[in-house]
Write a protein that binds this ligand. Structure first.
Ligand code: URA
Length: 241
């Protein structure tokens, strides 16, 4: 017996959290009976349907994607903007992005149909390192950079200690490029952190997610599948408490 949301996540329907929302919304039946209860236990041989369509277990797949600018980290958009899965139209499995990058942010994004891994990787307790390269339209002060390292308050919460590295400074143009490694994944976190020290972000690129980099992905829109070893490493990272 297994919990309904876990079965759905494993089948690649959505992450466990999203699957829970689908259950509560009344979109899921087990043996043709509507289930809206989250802890519902599914037995072997039970038939689970989402929106009337039976779910079947898909083989897991993991893509590392170089997200371009002006693409939404989603599988569809009500406003018809380009979404990351547009780049994977050949893929018949139900992949979706693990976490989100802003519409105008570029860089490393994972896409998968593995709901369990998605749930683990995006859970705050795992504190997966994420490194961003920010182009700033003002010069950060020494004190400002130290504040970023120690933690700044955004939306009433203090960020965890971060790693900051100045990559370049242009005093004439009053511009700087700074690398920032954070562990959380709050909404617009990097932009808000730089805003908190008076430096608006002009362009943002995620260069690294855990040990995964853009190496081998030369252009925005490029992707590759993760190796079995990389998948194993990710699973190990996310199983650590
Ligand atoms: N922080 C941001 O501000 N934007 C992103 O896309 C990712 C992290």
């Amino acid at each position: 017996m297994e919990r309904l949301q876990k079965i759905m996540a494993r089948a690649g329907v959505a992450s466990r959290r999203k699957s829970e929302e689908m259950i509560v919304a009344g979109r899921v039946t087990v043996n043709n009976e509507l289930i809206t209860e989250l802890g519902f236990q599914v037995k072997k041989g039970d038939e689970v349907k989402v929106d009337g369509v039976p779910i079947t277990k898909e083989s897991p797949v993991y893509y590392l994607f170089y997200k371009p600018k002006n693409v939404l980290s989603a599988v569809r958009d009500d406003r018809d903007r380009p979404v990351v899965t547009d780049f994977f139209q050949f893929e018949t499995r139900r992949i979706y992005p693990v976490g989100r990058l802003d519409f105008d942010t570029t860089g490393v994004l994972l896409l998968t149909n593995d709901g369990d891994l998605t749930q683990e990787l995006t859970h705050p307790k795992h504190e997966i390192d994420k490194t961003y390269i920010a182009t700033l339209s003002a010069l950060p002060s020494e004190e400002g950079l130290k504040q970023l390292e120690r933690g700044v308050v955004i939306d009433g919460k203090k960020t965890r200690p971060a790693t900051v590295e100045v990559i370049s400074i242009n005093k004439v143009k009053q511009k700087a490029v700074v690398s920032l490694t954070i562990h959380e994944g709050w909404n617009h976190q990097v932009k808000k952190m730089f805003e908190a020290i008076g430096c608006p972000v002009n362009a943002l690129k995620r260069e690294k997610l855990a040990f995964l980099t853009l190496k081998g992905l030369t252009h925005p829109g490029d992707y590759r599948q993760l190796s079995a070893y990389e998948v194993q490493q990710l699973k190990q990272l996310s199983s650590k408490k």
